[in-house]
Design a protein around this ligand. Structure first.
Ligand SMILES: NC(=O)c1ccc[n+]([C@@H]2O[C@H](COP(=O)([O-])OP(=O)(O)OC[C@H]3O[C@@H](n4cnc5c(N)ncnc54)[C@H](OP(=O)(O)O)[C@@H]3O)[C@@H](O)[C@H]2O)c1
Length: 267
């Protein structure tokens, strides 16, 4: 465990609950100095607040909020871009403003925050950026396509980032969870008389059941600690039940096979 003077400063977006909270808990108890964000710090239930973690406000859909956080934290060692939201709805019906909204939270806000924190890491010639994507980025869950598109964007962004900043001592890592047991809200964007209504709701209910039976978010906390302790972390870490093998299949099997399995699983 690092002593007081060696404490690495870690910023975790979306640390009020779920995966972000688990990462914050693990790193805080392992001796890191953790800053966690929430859109509304006052609304975090007392039991969910981790003693020792410094909470700061951040809304990734608001430029001023991101700029303020960048000014307030400035010099950090590790950035964990975890915050994100999900949506359920058929491609044909999700309104454009809702598509823009999920891009703001999951992709554009993440890019903005990363841009603002890079100069300090570059000057120090040291830093680690961990972006939480989803295996949905490589195999979208039916009727949750725009979520998958934002996560695929984060993966491509992470590859580009690695190309550009590794030379300055900044490491980039992607963690792609499969289903993890959290209460991630899924906004339903579906017309009442939609021809997609039944199939969308069926897929959503199957996904909800899978999430309820999925591993606890603490597995992500443990993985992040392992990455932070590693001298040469890999670029890509799948995580979840049988995460490695499922990721291998999704990456290497034919599109025809994956599509058949996906349709079987969600209908
Ligand atoms: N759970 C899964 O099965 C799963 C699978 C694959 C990937 N992931 C990814 O893992 C990450 C964490 O998900 P989770 O399951 O832990 O979800 P969660 O329990 O809903 O937590 C999401 C966090 O993001 C924050 N957040 C939401 N919208 C925000 C915004 N506009 N600006 C800033 N912060 C915002 C929330 O904080 P406040 O509400 O307090 O602001 C909350 O702390 C997400 O990126 C998600 O896409 C999850």
């Amino acid at each position: 465990m690092p002593n007081e003077y060696e404490k690495k400063i870690v910023l975790i977006t979306g640390a009020s609950r779920g995966i972000g909270k688990s990462i914050a808990k693990k790193l805080n108890s392992s001796g890191y100095y953790v800053i966690g964000t929430s859109r509304n710090i006052e609304a975090i239930p007392k039991d969910d607040k981790i003693s020792g973690v410094r909470y700061l406000p951040l809304d990734l859909t608001i430029n001023e909020s991101i700029d303020k956080l960048i000014r307030d934290v400035g010099n950090i060692d590790v950035l964990i871009n975890n915050a994100g939201v999900s949506q359920v709805g058929p491609i044909e019906e999700v309104p454009m403003e809702k598509i823009r909204e999920i891009f703001e939270s999951n992709l554009f806000g993440l890019i903005h925050l990363t841009q603002g924190l890079l100069p300090h890491m570059r000057t120090k010639k040291e830093g680690l950026i961990i972006n939480i994507t989803s295996m949905a980025s490589r195999s979208p869950v039916p009727f949750s396509t725009f979520y998958a598109v934002t996560k695929a964007g984060v993966e491509a962004f992470s590859k580009g980032l690695q190309n550009e900043v590794e030379r300055f001592g900044i490491k980039t890592v992607v963690i792609a969870p499969f289903e993890i047991n959290t209460a991630i809200p899924q906004e339903i964007l579906l017309k009442d008389d939609s021809p997609y209504y039944n199939i969308t709701m069926k897929a959503k209910n199957i996904r909800d059941k899978n999430l309820a039976n999925a591993p606890d978010p603490s597995i992500v906390g443990k993985l992040v600690l392992k990455i932070l302790k590693s001298k040469n972390p890999k670029f890509f870490y799948p995580v979840g039940k049988n995460g490695f093998i499922k990721s291998f299949i999704i990456t290497h099997a034919s599109r025809k096979f994956i599509k058949k399995q996906t349709m079987k699983r969600f209908s």
